[in-house]
Design a protein around this ligand. Structure first.
Ligand code: ZN
Length: 390
């Protein structure tokens, strides 16, 4: 399968200008100023990308792929993600996490789901564990999970600073991080510890204590929901300025913003203005998580479900509303998560990397087409490949 993309204006995410890109099966084979397809050679599909920007497929590294929630009883357990929810949002790589419910949502289930999404055409990894400490792993040890199970690339989301967390101690978090670190080293994986931050005033202090009192580097942690309130956001700026990674959550509901959640585009701009290097920042959608909604009297009025489509819409807002250059804003969902999570074939448009590409309309940045591992999933807004039961 050979695909030649002509006249692409490429953001790799760095701006490369106008290029032709040759895809060979699932890889990017060549990127040149001009590539001519020979006549009477082999079957080559030619795509004219004139008027479009071609960017790397998006990486959403915190998604409840088997559903999450359940915090309002069994009926509030949220559904699994489908293939086209991801692909229509430009997402070609997912990292699945479990969340609050580590009992009915299991590692076996999430690994099977990740494999299913791979069979359907996108790339999917998972973290081991849930909110809970001790971590409920697949094999009974974090190191073994990382070293022996290909799909497992890190640990999490471990909850801290939250009434729903296991209230882990500094020592417990340090043990998790050291197991993740050693497992990551021995398997060549990131072994990152994805940490869910709640609304408690202790904020990032548990992670900061581990970094201070042990020799575990700050980069072992990937704390998420950093924009959930103003105070946490401010401590996130300091954490990032000390070299830590910070992850914004893009799924939201009106109430969260009303209660002080920092909007992603605006937050990104503030972080950059505060001197945080863009390389320290990622966005994830928290897709398929439950988002409980309350009215102005604080009464529960229903649940919404986190949506992966918020991932790129918030990046778009950062560009169109906050004036952050596209090549910068794109990094938070492409090259940054790829580097932080050691997904070496992902995140950049570069020879030898996976052929995961998103075509954007130049005038409004709307998603036009999506290619995952060399295969057209979405073309001109139309779904070409559906999930098995869609
Ligand atoms: Zn979370």
């Amino acid at each position: 399968m050979i695909t030649l993309i002509k006249n692409a204006e490429v953001y790799a995410p760095m701006y490369l200008g106008f290029k032709d890109i040759l895809l060979v099966h699932d890889k990017i084979g060549y990127i040149e100023d001009e590539i001519e397809a020979p006549v009477n050679f082999v079957d080559i599909e030619i795509i004219d990308a004139a008027g479009r920007l071609v960017v790397p497929g998006f990486i959403d590294s915190h998604v409840h792929i088997i559903g999450g929630g359940g915090e309002g009883s069994y009926k509030t357990r949220t559904p699994e993600i489908t293939l086209t929810q991801a692909t229509t949002a430009g997402i070609t790589t997912l990292v699945g996490v479990i969340g609050t419910d580590g009992t009915t949502r299991t590692m076996s289930n999430i690994i099977a789901k990740a494999r299913g999404l791979e069979e359907e055409g996108i790339t999917c990894y998972v973290h081991t564990g849930s909110y809970q400490v001790p971590v409920r792993t697949l094999t009974s040890k974090i190191e073994d999970d990382l070293i022996l199970i290909d799909k497992i690339i890190g640990v999490g989301e471990i909850a801290i600073a939250d009434h729903r967390s296991s209230q882990p101690t500094m020592e417990e978090l340090a043990k998790i991080a050291s197991a993740a670190r050693v497992g990551g080293m021995l398997s060549g994986k990131a072994g990152i510890v994805n940490v869910h931050l709640g609304d408690s005033p202790s904020k990032l202090s548990l992670i900061e204590a581990v970094v201070q009192k042990t020799d575990i580097p700050i980069t072992q942690f990937h704390p998420t929901h950093i924009n959930r309130n103003e105070e946490l956001f401010i401590s996130g700026i300091n954490f990032a300025k000390s070299g830590g990674y910070v992850d914004f959550t893009t799924s939201t509901v009106q109430r969260f913003l009303y209660n002080g959640e920092v909007k992603c585009g605006e937050g990104l701009k503030r972080m950059l203005e505060a001197g945080v290097p863009i390389e320290q920042v990622t966005f994830t959608s928290d897709g398929q998580a439950s988002l409980p909604e309350f009215n102005s009297n604080g009464e529960f009025i229903g649940l919404q479900v986190g949506n992966v489509s918020s991932l790129f819409s918030q990046v778009k807002e950062a560009v169109l509303k906050e004036g952050i250059p596209l090549e910068k804003a794109l990094q938070v969902i492409t090259s940054n998560p790829a580097r932080i999570l050691k997904l070496k074939d992902k995140g950049n448009i570069e020879v030898g990397k996976d052929a995961d590409l998103v075509f954007l309309e130049k005038e409004n940045l709307n998603i036009h087409s999506v290619i995952a591992k060399g295969k057209k999933m979405i073309e001109n807004g139309k779904v070409l490949v559906k999930g098995t039961f869609e």
